[in-house]
Design a protein around this ligand. Structure first.
Ligand SMILES: [Zn+2]
Length: 471
């Protein structure tokens, strides 16, 4: 007797596409069955004409994150509800420390903020510089030994992935600290997630942009002051530290061919522990979005790039150089974005996307012949779970969480803001339409989206203690 039986669907996994029925007991996948196998069940879901996928995993989101321009617009309820409606059954967000706070204390404080999550989630730990500048030299702050010593307790608490910034004053770590942190992360079999841009060079270019008589209103300057060479250079440094430490690293939000080639080169030189992430904004948009009067909306870092880079990203997805697609969902309202309309340097950086990834990648990838159905599931569901240590998710097999999406390839969905559920008043993909969208979503055996309506309850999401099982 099953709790839930999903019948008549086409099962799509990272490896295969097959007609199968699925039985669920106690929140877990219990059986993958030949279609039409007679079974008793409490509830039955007919997936005829639809794909049945593992729930999508978004390994990079920023809900209720404090910034200089206020908090990101989605809280844990609105953000995870929008995610669920887009076929996402788990997200990984971040923990940031305040001065003097330990990683464990920051985790406890962050967990308080997640109480209204409607889907499961993990948390990356951000390792920030925490020591005062050197008293004699005034040299940049560094990461203390005490901070690095907290990595093992964070790992035991289920946070095995650690964010390190190579850009942004106040957040960026020095090269030596990058290496020290990676050595500590390696000790716990963790994953270092890297924001790879050369922060010092960016600050010089941004200051120069103001002096050269250019209009700071012109948002294309955002891309010009964060050139691809600068991203390439930082990726190379990150890979050097990965080689020296032996740590597993994931370079976040790769949007240009130059940076991706660093990952490809690392693999060729026998560094299998270097991984790459890209995001839908780099696959669907180009820097042209920064050129119009509404350019400030599309300010994110690294910036959107020219068409040739976008084309390269698509090729690198199928050649396995880029391992996962995450959103870097970082939503700001138009009012927040407009606070910087006179100076591109004051615009809060980030674009939304938590709800649109699976449908958009089906539209632009699968339907346009750039990804197979199995690539799509590998990049959006299975590989993100493996790399971030969500070991009970990302696959459809007995014993795995019954986190499932019934994706109807015939549904039409407009990506206007009015059709989406993030707590913002604009969409990064206005004017675009998808054929194919998640119809029903199951989280740990419970239907939380039925016929594109959210039917789950606030606060049902669990914090997941993660452990990476890659060799
Ligand atoms: Zn981010």
């Amino acid at each position: 007797m099953f709790d839930l039986l999903i019948t008549n669907g086409t099962l799509v996994t990272a490896e295969m596409t097959v007609q199968a029925d699925l039985g669920v007991i106690n929140g877990k996948v219990a059986a993958v069955l030949t279609p039409g196998t007679p079974c008793e069940t409490q509830e039955r879901l007919d997936a005829a004409g639809c794909y049945v996928l593992p729930g999508a995993i978004d390994a990079h989101v920023h809900l209720h994150m404090r910034t200089a321009n206020g908090y990101t617009a989605d809280d844990w309820r609105t953000g995870t509800t929008a995610a669920a409606l887009g076929g996402v059954t788990a997200v990984v967000d971040f923990v940031e420390t305040t001065p003097g706070e330990s990683l464990q204390d920051a985790l406890g404080r962050r967990l308080e903020e997640t109480r209204e999550a409607v889907i499961d989630f993990g948390l990356h730990m951000t390792i920030q510089p925490d020591e005062d500048p050197h008293p004699q030299t005034g040299f940049m702050r560094r990461v203390s030994d005490a901070r690095l010593a907290q990595i093992s307790a964070a790992s035991e608490a289920g946070c095995v992935t650690f964010k390190l910034y190579m850009a942004y004053p106040g957040l960026q770590v020095r090269d030596g600290d990058l290496l020290r942190a990676m050595c500590a992360i390696r000790e716990v079999n963790g994953l270092a997630c890297i924001h790879a841009e050369n922060g010092e060079l960016i600050e010089v270019l941004r200051q120069a942009a103001g002096r050269a008589g250019e209009s700071l209103h012109d948002t294309i300057l955002h891309a010009r002051t964060r050139p691809t060479m600068n991203e390439y250079e930082a990726c190379t440094r990150a890979v050097t530290c990965a080689a020296l430490s032996g740590s597993r690293i994931l370079i976040f939000h790769i949007g240009c061919a130059a940076a991706a080639q660093v990952v490809a080169g690392a693999r060729q030189r026998g560094l299998p522990n270097v991984f790459g992430e890209t995001c839908p904004q780099y696959l669907a948009l180009t820097e042209d979005a920064l050129k119009g009067s509404t350019g400030c909306r599309w300010i994110c870092a690294p910036p959107l790039r020219p068409q040739a880079d976008q084309d390269a990203m698509w090729r690198l997805l199928t050649s396995h150089v880029l391992d996962i697609i995450s959103t870097d969902h970082c939503p700001f309202t138009l009012a927040q974005k407009d606070e910087g309309s006179d100076d591109f340097r004051l615009v809060p950086g980030g674009v939304p996307g938590i709800e649109t990834r699976l449908g958009l990648m089906h539209e632009l990838g699968v339907r346009r012949g750039r990804l197979s159905l199995n690539d799509w599931v590998r990049l959006c569901c299975t590989r993100p779970a493996e790399l971030t240590g969500l070991v009970s998710k990302g696959r459809i097999a007995p014993g795995y969480d019954a986190d499932l999406v019934v994706f109807d390839p015939a549904l039409h969905k407009s990506l206007e803001a009015s059709e989406l559920h993030s707590a913002i008043d604009w969409s990064a993909y206005e004017g675009m339409t998808c054929t194919g969208w998640p119809r029903d979503v199951v989280s740990r055996g419970e239907l939380i989206v039925r016929q594109q309506r959210f039917v789950g309850h606030t606060g049902r999401g669990h914090f997941v203690r993660r452990a990476i099982e890659l060799q």
